[in-house]
Design a protein around this ligand. Structure first.
Ligand code: ZN
Ligand code: ZN
Length: 295
């Protein structure tokens, strides 16, 4: 029986969103003309059993994302806690929205790894928001589950995942309620590094170790030849092609796996694309904004 906790996908794009600023690729130009083709940077909204509202990642599109999340469009949800996987731009860009110039919220709890909390607290804009009582940052150790609010009916757990660490460390977050666990892992450098770090040989064993029922994972790029003008090897992420090669077809008893954090260049963004058919043909999914996962 589901616990009453629900997770809504509020964004499926990589940090820049779609359309990406200044990009004249066809996908971005189309998204400028047609609102329905827009995709916001990755973020999840979690509704607790007690009605409390929690988000993971806080993006530049927070305003639109709260509308996606809220069933009653006349009274929009306001986040009470924010949990952050890492400090790269797209994952924290909306934090200022909680402060005086915009929402002016009181004492929103912000959860980060200990190292990231230190770095975050040292920013003068964050310090100001703490002084003014808009937010309270809390450090959460890796592997230790915590409730973002007592009585919310689920726990969060930060798991370390190797990823470009010039701005602090990087986590995946496990959302666990009574019956089910969801893994949110928007960024990683490579499966080799992640599996080595956790001493596992393959993706299935890695997911099994944490008892994951549904995994939302890094699908930034479809393939290595996607960005002709920029060297993709300097922007490390495993490609979806590679992940599917490692996984093969979905087997009985496998967790659901869905790709998100999609770059504007990724053809799986297009509903009818061949690449999306390959993903779905193997039994895996592409996340869509507004998808609701019941825990
Ligand atoms: Zn990212
Ligand atoms: Zn583009």
């Amino acid at each position: 029986m589901a616990s009453g906790v629900s997770v809504t996908i509020l964004g499926t794009a990589q940090d820049g969103g779609i359309p990406q600023a200044g990009c004249s690729c066809q996908r971005c130009l189309d998204a400028h003309r047609d609102l329905k083709l827009r995709k916001y940077p990755v973020s999840l909204g979690i509704l607790g059993v007690d009605g409390t509202k929690h988000i993971i990642e806080i993006t530049k599109n927070l305003s639109e994302q709260l509308v996606i999340w809220t069933p009653d469009k006349n009274e929009l949800f306001i986040p009470e806690t924010v949990s952050i996987t890492h400090l790269h731009l797209g994952h924290i860009e909306g934090i200022g929205q909680l402060g005086k110039p915009v929402m002016g919220l009181r004492e929103v709890d912000v959860y980060l790894s200990p190292n990231n909390k230190d770095i975050f607290d040292n920013r003068s804009d964050i310090e100001l928001m703490e002084d003014e009582g808009n937010i309270r940052t809390h450090s959460k150790n890796f592997y230790r589950p915590f409730e973002p609010k007592g009585g919310c009916g689920f726990s969060l757990q930060f798991i370390p995942i190797p990823h470009r660490s010039e701005l602090g460390d990087n986590a995946a977050i496990i959302i666990k309620a009574e019956e089910k666990s969801i893994l949110f892992m928007p960024d990683q450098d490579s499966w080799g590094d992640t599996l080595d770090y956790h001493s596992k040989d393959n993706i299935r064993d890695f997911l099994k170790m944490f008892d994951i029922d549904e995994a939302l994972i890094d699908g930034t790029f479809w393939s290595m030849d996607e960005l002709p003008r920029r060297d993709i090897s300097k922007i490390p992420h495993p490609t979806i092609q590679e992940t599917i090669q490692l996984l093969g077809r979905k087997r009985k008893g496998d967790p659901e796996i869905s790709f998100l954090h999609l770059n504007h260049s990724n053809p799986v963004n297009d509903l009818g694309s061949e690449q999306r058919k390959v993903v779905e043909g193997n039994g895996w999914k592409i996340s869509e904004m507004g998808d609701v996962l019941k825990l």
